[in-house]
Ligand binder design. Structure first.
Ligand SMILES: [Mg+2]
Length: 375
């Protein structure tokens, strides 16, 4: 067998500015509105000239820490066989075990893991979805008009209508104001303006306690929601299980969980009907695939969080109901654009993830470092 090994690792840290502040949790005062997202990029090269591009992200805090952790681990990748993705993932995570097997430590590894999958699919000359085994060529997608539950209602309706005109297949409305009645009125108007035929989701961003979630959830039953997202603190597994059991409306949760273990506990308890993992946040595609397998075993729907450029490939490879969250934030980072058609995001037919870093991404890059075998 020919020698196949990683001989180059390039890391970079970039801060993507947002066109408008976002952040559904702002009213609780936990953190200010989001104005930028940090990205750790990993670009891998092999002795035969192969290459892969991966990324991880951090919101509000954590970008510099991702970059620092990845810098420590990068030399351990040199000389590794890029085909053995699971083993390389275990090596990187295990060699930094004192930093834990969830959160920042594995999110730094995620950028490398995504790059390894991109490399493998590029070499196979297949889109990542096809390498994994796709069930569909396009995945239903929904749009969130605003991350703030206090955005003026006309703006929300206008943004939703523009997204629907662009072709998205559903609209998710952010709630979680201190005055529940204001949330309910907001939803009534949105449903009224968009009509009964538009798939509608509601995201409470963990703003409710158990009693409020049950009471509001019961009122929301008549809106025929596709799902009610993050009604409670996501670590309240028992609360989620009780709520999911009490409501006919499907419950979605999981975007803030950071490992297979955390997702596994939520699913095993019956805490959600749709699981909502984010691949970079759970440590990469390798752990994401394990979450998909568990979700399939539990008969759940899959709703991906953020980064549709990556998640469209993963959701296409899920055997059951799948939705991709459509956010256009990442668009300026890459040369390519996703296509929306008839309510669905089309899986790109380019090899790998099908992504190339843009010249603009370089202007937002604050740090970069390259490691080579000969260095
Ligand atoms: Mg959400």
């Amino acid at each position: 067998m020919p020698d196949d090994r990683i001989d180059r690792v390039r890391l970079s840290l970039a801060f993507l500015p947002l066109a408008a502040p976002a952040g559904g949790k702002a009213p609780a005062g936990h953190r200010p509105p989001l104005t930028e997202v940090a990205f750790l990029f990993a670009e891998l090269g092999t002795v035969d000239g192969g290459s892969g591009l991966g990324f991880s992200h951090a919101m509000h805090a954590g970008g510099p820490a991702l970059y620092a952790h990845a810098k420590e681990l990068a030399p351990r990748l040199l000389g590794e066989d890029p085909n053995d993705i699971g083993r390389v993932w275990e090596k990187l995570v295990s060699s930094a075990a004192s930093a834990g097997r969830a959160g920042l430590a594995t999110q730094a590894v995620a950028a490398v893991d995504v790059a390894l999958w991109d490399l493998k699919a590029r070499r196979a000359n297949l889109p990542l979805a096809k390498l994994l085994g796709a069930y569909r060529r396009a995945v239903p997608c929904f749009h969130t008009p605003s991350g703030l539950p206090t955005t003026p209602l006309p703006e929300v309706v206008d943004s939703a209508q523009r997204a629907l005109a662009r072709g998205v297949g559903g609209i998710k409305v952010t709630v979680g104001q201190p005055d529940v009645a204001a949330d309910l009125e907001r939803l009534r108007v949105v449903r009224d303006r968009l009509g009964d035929g538009v798939p509608l989701m509601v995201d409470a961003n963990q703003q409710w306690d158990r009693a409020t979630a049950l009471r509001v959830g019961r009122v929301l039953e008549r809106l025929n929601l596709v799902w009610l997202e993050e009604p409670l603190d996501v670590h309240d597994v028992d609360g989620h299980a009780a709520l999911a059991g009490a409501l006919d409306t499907p419950v979605g949760a999981g975007e803030l969980l950071t490992s297979v273990d955390e997702h596994g506990r939520l699913m095993a308890a019956g805490g959600c009907d749709h699981v909502q993992p984010d691949a970079p946040r759970v440590g990469g595609i390798t752990p994401f695939l394990r979450i998909m397998a568990l979700a399939d075993q539990h008969g759940l729907g899959l709703v991906t969080h953020f980064a549709p450029e990556l998640h469209v490939h993963l959701a296409a490879a899920y055997p059951r109901t799948a939705w991709v969250e459509h956010v256009d934030w990442l668009e300026p980072l890459f040369e390519e654009r996703l296509e929306i058609r008839a309510g669905r995001l089309v899986v790109p037919d380019r090899p790998g993830l099908g992504l190339t870093l843009s010249a603009q991404a370089a202007t937002w890059t604050t740090d970069r470092l390259e490691f080579t075998e000969t260095a």
